[in-house]
Design a protein around this ligand. Structure first.
Ligand SMILES: C[S@@+](CC[C@H](N)C(=O)[O-])C[C@H]1O[C@@H](n2cnc3c(N)ncnc32)[C@H](O)[C@@H]1O
Length: 183
């Protein structure tokens, strides 16, 4: 595992029951709704994948992708416990390639873009995975990413064909919602 990637055990520091106070389900409204297919890239232990699976309901589907098998294993255990494992597909990707060909309506990259080795290449792939007018919620942690660095990431996103449509307020995060432009 590359040095810049969050070790699986560190995720317990922020992915614990207290997180529900700060990172609430309504942060996805109105971008994620019943019946949608969505991807959670750099899903970690699955806090958001499980939230998202509840929102999309039985008719929807979540693809949860990470570079660490440990993260995916913990996510699967949690999803089974929550009774929604049948709505979540996990996929072990590598650092350079997301590796998903299916088109999705919504993508989440939460506190993970700064860990990728090449943000431009990564954002190109996210753009490609999204279907027409699909949306991306991109959140970066304020403790690791300065506002200037976040603005650079947004410029790269615009370069690959995203349009910024919103700046939702999410605790401890620089956040933007971007819409796919073009085909
Ligand atoms: C800080 S954790 C955030 C986890 C999760 N999004 C959350 O908010 O609970 C970052 C996650 O991104 C994953 N990651 C890092 N680089 C990645 C890459 N190139 N592709 C996919 N996942 C990656 C890490 O393994 C880790 O699980």
């Amino acid at each position: 595992m590359a040095k810049h990637v969050c070790p699986w055990w560190v995720a317990y520091i922020f992915d614990n029951p207290l997180r529900q106070i700060f990172h609430k389900l309504d942060m996805f409204s109105p971008y994620l709704t019943d019946g949608m297919t969505a991807i959670d890239i750099g899903c970690g232990m699955g806090y958001f994948s499980i939230c998202m699976a509840r929102i999309v309901g039985e008719a929807g589907k979540i693809i949860s992708v990470d570079v660490q098998q440990n993260m995916l294993d913990i996510l699967t255990k949690r999803a089974k416990k929550a009774g929604i494992a049948d709505r979540i597909t996990t996929f072990l990707c590598d650092e350079q390639h997301i590796g998903i060909n299916e088109k999705v309506d919504f993508a989440l990259t939460f506190w993970m873009v700064h860990e990728t080795p090449d943000e431009l290449n990564f954002l190109k792939q996210v753009h490609c995975i999204l279907g027409k007018s699909g949306t991306l919620l991109l959140a970066e942690p304020k403790m690791h990413v300065t506002f200037t660095e976040f603005k650079k990431t947004l410029s790269l996103a615009q370069e690959v064909g995203f349009k910024i449509i919103d700046f939702p307020k999410i605790f401890f995060s620089h956040t933007a919602v971007l819409e796919k432009q073009g085909c």
